[in-house]
Design a protein around this ligand. Structure first.
Ligand code: URA
Length: 190
């Protein structure tokens, strides 16, 4: 396992897949590296690629609104993606790209040791929960896997396309907030 410094260096130099050739910046993550919760999305978009930070574009702005409305402060989460480089045209990352990148994500999870992992959308669900899971069927229900509480929910970009998902995602995040409050109250995190 790499420490943070080594991980950042390896990611910054990474050309394990072709996304490394087209990226402007690698997008490793943002938030608190000691947080009790990790949020995992799909991959950087245009704005994220420009800034080198995850969820800073339109989907990220919507996610920030949701987190603020839920009163979930940034000190309680760390946010990152299945792949760390922007897939051209914002296409879904391929299995090969995900396979090359996921060891870095595993390393991040091992360093942070979150209690809660929120999977944002079907790509995160596919690689974190189950290749064959359908987001519409499993969202909103806690999965207890390897000592992590995993909550599958929609990707915020899906809400930009379909208003009806907002209520459902709000419900999912209410569950997340309840669990987070319990963990914080029990002193199970720094
Ligand atoms: N969508 C994602 O999945 N991740 C980002 O960082 C931005 C948009």
């Amino acid at each position: 396992m790499l420490d943070w410094e080594e991980l950042i260096r390896e990611c910054t130099n990474c050309i394990r897949c072709d996304l490394g050739k087209t990226r402007t910046n690698i997008v490793i993550g943002r938030g608190n590296i000691h947080a009790p919760m990790m949020l995992i999305g799909e991959g950087p978009g245009e704005q994220e690629d420009k800034e080198g930070l995850p969820f800073v574009g339109p989907a990220g702005k919507l996610l920030d609104l949701l987190l603020n409305a839920m009163m979930i402060k940034e000190k309680y989460y760390y946010i990152c993606n299945i792949v760390k480089c922007r897939p051209p045209g914002n296409r879904i990352p391929t299995d090969e790209e995900a396979a090359q990148c996921i060891p870095f994500l595993r390393n991040q999870v091992a360093l942070i040791r979150p209690k809660i992992i929120v999977c944002l959308g079907s790509t995160a669900v596919k690689y974190v929960v189950d290749r064959n899971a359908r987001i519409t069927q499993i969202r909103g229900q806690w999965i207890d896997k390897k000592g992590y509480w995993i909550m599958p929910t929609f990707h915020p970009a899906a809400l930009l396309r379909d208003d009806s998902k907002k209520v459902l995602m709000w419900k999912d995040f209410k569950k997340v907030k309840e669990k987070l409050d319990e963990i914080v109250a029990n002193g199970e995190c720094v």
